[in-house]
Design a protein around this ligand. Sequence first.
Ligand code: PLP
Length: 383
Amino acid sequence: MSYSINSLLIHGGIDGDETTGAVNVPVYQTSTYKQDGLGENRGWEYSRTGNPTRAALEKLIADLEEGEYGLAFASGLAAINTVLSLFKSGDVLVVSDNIYGGTFRILDNVFNNFGITYRIVDTSDLNAVEAAIDDSVKAVYVESPANPLLTVTDIAEVSKISHKYGKLLIVDNTFLTPYLQRPLSLGADIVIHSGTKYLGGHSDTVSGLVALKDKALADRLYYLQNAIGGVLAPWDSFLMIRGIKTLGVRMDRHIANAGKVAKWLEKSGYVSRVYYPGLESDPGFEIQNKQADGAGAMISFVLNEKYDYKKFFKSLKLVTLAESLGGVESLVCHPASMTHAAIPADIRKSVGIVDELIRLSVGIEDVDDIIGDLEQAIISSEN
Ligand SMILES: *Cc1c(COP(=O)(O)O)cnc(C)c1O
């Protein structure tokens, strides 16, 4: 029997503990496992290689993403590191032009040193994606909606282009989660998450997840996961499973709040631009509706010149200035100096990450309190 996502969030993966009947998968806080004789183990050898609590989370993300295989890592970047380790010197990746700053950093300053290079493309422009592909390209790497400008890429179309040339499509699905968007079913080969964000959902755990369908690719990734070793600890795996159970109810409120905040911002007269693919005025609106069940709860906006963004951040009372996103609390950040500081200033400006750009992760507090706080902070930041 196959369940809908709302049931899978609670019963997907490994549902409870067979041995005791505990309704939650226990925290197997162990590094190693007794072997009954040489070469005789009970399926577990060493917790870098495999741990039952982590395995339950890995099965869960596979189920939620409509994949076959899942992997859990110590952070989103540990997941990205492992996926990028599929490639070798001389390989080129085609990458979305606004991606998470840390993804840019690991490409630019780590994998570049090993001869794995990248080509930055506006992946919302399908012709540009196709034009960027040549023999040396091995994969296309997309975030949709992308960070921080919420640019929407047509995943099914980019998948067709990638596969026409025999390239892998890798999608970072952090902003939407499988509750809203399932890239594997749209044709992607590998899905990556920072579980730190909506999946965990409570700003208390750093984690990374990967899901995919292909057995050979999964075998290679399990090999790399064990070889590189950036695995998620048992306790953090437990916290992730616990967080995921409430993803649906949290997401529903996140989206309802974000829709209201985005509409308010657009009409407020305080901002020159609102980026949110749930707004009809947004260039990504139609594709977003086609490929996802909601627009998520990340909004970026550009404050009008008469407001001082530094004062705005200082004046907030409820909404918290912090890195990260996707938690129950509303968070704001300044991409140019925080999440995207690793991107050189000229590239940043050319893609639209201006100094006045503010990124808001709309939480699940009362929406009128969120709007009230934003408004008082904007008013008190007038020059
Ligand atoms: C946070 C984030 C990452 C990196 O994940 P960590 O858990 O911080 O290592 C990658 N992609 C996106 C879209 C993110 O928001």
